[in-house]
Write a protein that binds this ligand. Structure first.
Ligand code: KIV
Ligand code: NA
Length: 276
């Protein structure tokens, strides 16, 4: 059975933590789906971890659609949420609605995510009214990196904390089905999770959220950028990959690879005829 906005809300109501990871391609998404992950985020973090940019600002609608479709082909049970990239929803409600539509129609996502509070509520409302579920994103919203002056924890003083609470309530009222809280103090995220009816999905926001999300390259040790404090490395796949690559190089140089069992055969008689 497919996970949906309905099952996600039921998970919050029954205190069953929601598990979400990012994915950007068919093979990884399939492995996650088979592992039982409940939601997959095709995040615009793909600009950093897949494309090598220093931030998410250069990511295009074409990039998002390209990766979203690949993920969709690998997934049977997880709900797929795809990010609206920078400047695909800020300019106008019409553009936001049209771009959300592209992520659903071409990208085969089940929902879209966008960053911001009151300033994007008109967009959330319009997209939701078109029967496209919207996930909000508050706290450290990476598309605002230049306005924030870097990737920093948000909501640490009373005014900033109050602003995030108000934004969360506004986003819920506008129709969002869930909201990501990124890099906010744990006790503030817990408070917001209690105040909201809809689920909160935390990243660097403590255990009081209704679910968690991580960028998979962070949790598998595959990204060489500065790992944020919240990014627990569950397995060091990066080191295992390097080990595999190094072994391939060594065996090829030593002519231990390819061996007979990796090789195709024809009769020696045929080769003898060819040599004459
Ligand atoms: O793009 C992304 O990966 C995200 C998560 C960090 C929530 O938005
Ligand atoms: Na994102």
């Amino acid at each position: 059975m497919r996970n949906t906005v309905v099952t996600m809300q039921q998970q919050k109501n029954s205190l069953n933590k929601i598990t979400m990871l990012t994915a950007y391609d068919y093979s990884t998404a399939r492995l996650m789906d088979e592992s039982g992950i409940e939601a997959i985020l095709v995040g615009d973090s793909l600009g950093m971890v897949m494309l090598g940019y220093p931030d998410t600002l250069s990511v295009t609608m074409e990039d998002m659609i390209h990766h979203s479709k690949a993920v969709a082909r690998g997934v049977q049970r997880a709900m797929i949420i795809t990010d609206l990239p920078f400047m695909s929803y800020q300019v106008s409600v019409q553009e936001a609605l049209s771009n959300a539509g592209h992520l659903i129609k071409e990208g085969r996502a089940h929902a879209v995510k966008l960053e911001g509070g009151e300033e994007v509520c008109a967009q959330i409302k319009a997209i939701t009214q078109a029967a496209i579920p919207v996930m909000g994103h508050l706290g450290l919203t990476p598309q605002s990196v230049n306005a924030f002056g870097g990737f920093k924890v948000q909501g640490r003083d009373e005014a900033a904390a109050r602003k995030i609470i108000q934004s969360a309530l506004a986003v819920e009222k506008a129709g969002a089905f869930a909201v990501v809280l990124e890099c906010v103090p744990a006790t503030l995220a817990s408070l917001i999770s209690q105040l909201l009816v809809i689920p909160t999905i935390g990243i660097g926001a403590g255990a009081g959220c209704d679910g968690q999300v991580l960028v998979y390259q962070d949790m598998l040790g595959m990204y060489d950028g500065v790992a944020p404090k919240f990014a627990k490395q569950f397995v060091n796949i990066g080191e295992r990959m390097k080990g595999g690559f190094q072994q391939y190089i060594q065996e090829t140089k030593e002519q231990a690879f390819p061996a007979i069992e990796h090789t195709f055969h024809i009769d020696d008689a045929v080769i003898e005829k060819l040599q004459r």
